[in-house]
Design a binder for this molecule. Structure first.
Ligand code: PMP
Length: 287
């Protein structure tokens, strides 16, 4: 089956799904994006993801390319045309195509909108979560607006490559004071020796993950205590459990940090419980 990608109002076969060579997303990373999980053909936490998209656009002074109802139709139609039951939907909005110039193009320049959907095997995901992942810590080289979900992902790509070179799956960025900011494409969590769940509080240094927010709802509902504070690499290595959250991995156990086993080197019990209960707290949209 040919994959279909939505580009600027049209659903195009994969090979024809292109944007202009002078698109500002391509030349300046002047673009924002979102990734939503699709589970059983339904969007997970659509409202929160679209809310964050609106915020990212507003922070960069980009207009909303379409009203919420139109977004909702594009997401669903892209999922439907690609027959995705379990997987993800990705959308990106750039400031549009214009002759290369650092200054913004004239107002009225049409934003570039891309939406694509892809299947991900839930069985493979579960197998991966049973094993857990390794992470590598790396100094955080990024700018100070990591709260905006831009496509400026080169530091994340380099960090993940460096992690892979050492047999790890994710990188954890470390700030100048030795504290973990977040994963290259996830938020970082630990459970300390006393069983406290710890994740960094959100500010301009990290992305307010939607999975993070929904997991916090779950914790409140279950009466589990959360400590929102930064933690060091040393604390993480001494933790009882560790995990990452993201829309594509939900709650993924971390079993090694810089090659050192966490806890007994297997996914933690609390981590596994949070993973299995996560969707009970999420918004599962109508198809
Ligand atoms: N931090 C970064 C840097 C990310 O790229 C992501 C994934 N988009 C996250 C955190 C997790 O966010 P979410 O739970 O919304 O997928």
């Amino acid at each position: 089956m040919t994959r279909i990608i939505y580009v600027n109002g049209r659903y195009l076969p994969y090979a024809q799904a292109a944007v202009h060579a002078e698109d500002r997303g391509f030349q300046f990373a002047d673009a924002v994006y979102e990734v939503c999980e699709v589970k059983g053909g339904r969007l997970v936490d659509e409202t929160r993801h679209m809310g964050r998209l609106a915020r990212s656009l507003a922070e960069l002074g980009m207009p909303q390319p379409m009203p919420p109802g139109a977004w909702s139709r594009v997401l669903r139609e892209t999922i439907r045309r690609n027959r995705v039951t379990d997987g993800l939907v990705y959308l990106q909005v750039s400031r549009g195509a214009a002759p290369r110039n650092f200054l913004f193009p004239p107002s009225g320049t049409r934003p570039t909108v891309v939406c694509l959907a892809r299947s991900v095997s839930p069985v493979e995901q579960e197998v991966a979560a049973k094993v857990g992942i390794g992470v590598k810590t790396i100094p955080d080289p990024r700018w100070d607006r990591c709260d905006i979900k831009t496509v400026m992902l080169l530091p994340a790509a380099l960090a993940k490559e460096a992690a892979r070179a050492e047999g790890a799956t994710e990188a954890w960025f470390v700030d100048g004071n030795g504290y973990i900011t977040e994963g290259a494409s996830s938020n970082a969590w630990i459970v300390d020796g006393e069983g406290h769940l710890i994740t960094r509080s959100t500010d301009n240094r990290l992305l307010r993950g939607i999975t993070r927010t929904t997991l916090i709802d779950l914790l409140r509902r279950e009466g589990l205590e959360l400590v929102e504070r930064a933690f060091t690499v040393a604390e993480a290595k001494a933790a009882r459990e560790a995990f990452v959250t993201s829309a594509t991995n939900i709650v993924m156990p971390v079993v090694k940090i810089d090659g050192q086993p966490i806890g007994n080197g297997a996914p933690g019990l609390l981590t596994e419980r949070l993973r299995s209960e996560f969707h009970g707290a999420a918004e599962i949209a109508a198809p």
